[in-house]
Design a protein around this ligand. Structure first.
Ligand SMILES: [Zn+2]
Length: 161
């Protein structure tokens, strides 16, 4: 994806208030992020592990979503990211929930997704980060990226829909 600025990131959020978007912890090292290898930009709040964020380029423009990270039970277990299909053990995959945008969200409705806790699906897909296990499959990397983006798009539609 193209490099994003802090201003673009803060302006992209669809499921939190303007005040929340202004106060959220946006990474300071945006210039050093590997944008060429990212299909979407995701990060955890370094001071609050229960908060995570992701921003993606969609047909309707940039869409940012604030996520709640469900606490882990502490058991060592295995989980698969529903976006990039990387399998992790321990707390490598988390259930993250997004409050829905608009009136639905105000009424308490949210959408959940199991996703890599580090939100680095793009790097797992490309073998740049190798902390998880990838399926042995016949799809090309480009096809796997397309599938990930399609899954992400479906999730974002549920949040904004
Ligand atoms: Zn993933």
């Amino acid at each position: 994806m193209r490099p994003l600025t802090e201003r673009e990131i803060r302006a992209s959020f669809v499921n939190c208030t303007k005040g929340e978007a202004r106060r959220m912890a946006v990474p300071r090292d945006l210039a050093e992020r590997p944008w060429d290898d990212l299909d979407f930009f995701g990060w955890q709040d370094p001071s609050a592990r229960e908060r995570a964020y992701l921003v993606a380029e969609t047909g309707g423009g940039l869409v940012g979503v604030a996520l709640r990270v469900a606490p882990h039970s502490g058991h060592l277990r295995r989980g698969m990211c529903s976006l990039c299909l990387t399998t992790h053990t321990g707390d490598g995959v988390s259930l993250m929930t997004a409050r829905k945008a608009g009136r639905d969200g105000q009424q308490g409705n949210s959408v959940g997704v199991y996703v890599c806790t580090d939100l680095a699906c793009s790097l797992h897909l490309r073998g740049i980060r190798e902390t998880g296990r990838r399926l042995d499959e016949s799809l090309t990397r480009a096809e796997q990226v397309d599938r990930t983006l399609a899954s992400l798009d479906a999730f974002l539609r549920k949040v904004t829909g």
